[in-house]
Design a protein. Sequence first.
Length: 267
Amino acid sequence: MWRKRRDSSSGYNWLDTYADMITLLLTFFVLLYSMSTIDAKKWHILATALRGNRHIVVEEIPEDDEVAGIEDGQDFPPQVDIDEDRKVTEVKDFDDLYYYLKQYFQGNPDYQSRVELHKGDGYTFITFQNNIFFDGDSSVLRPEAIEILDFLSNGLKNIPNEIGEIRAYGHTARARGANQPNTVEGDRILSSMRANNVIIHIQKKNIIEPKKMVAEGYGEHRPIVPHDGTEETRIKNRRVEIYIAKADKSNLTLDKIYEEINRKRKS
């Protein structure tokens, strides 16, 4: 039969055993946690929620980057927080630039179906479809294009040191028939002149160092959709693109940018 110990001075000796049990349980759960695979997307959602950000868009993280970040003891790969209600009237840092442009294009109904704006990790990418920037077979900037580039330049003027590179890409569409052939020279020269005129207009603002700006003309050889001779396809493939990279980020190739955009669309 159990008898109460009379030599106990405190009556709380049972806490020693309880504390040992809690310590062992904690050690057990830490062991299980260390053996588990961390879902970076879910971690990001939790972290963002704890910060009180109610507007969350989670962008896909490449699996290779996830594994490398965890195994090497590094931080998680940076995520892109897109707060759709964020208002920016003046660009004060690189992240402001995306929202500054987004408000501008959303405020003009003519752009909503003709301009695509993407925010990546350390870059902003803009696609201007069809004839927003140039008339057919012309490399002269349209008034609409000048207005857009002036607005973009106004956003860049406060953050020149945060800009690592600006690239303009010119793309043409394949001719529809034998009566309108695209020559190799004409196709390449037209797309290159268009990209160069975009860069030249920005360079003349004397905001960004010229060595940070690049123009590339791809002609008809980087189509968004396969050429089938229809005007609908030509409209999609005939475009100007602008890539703006942050100074401390590695610059991406155009193929890598397309890959990231397509992955986000599917997610």
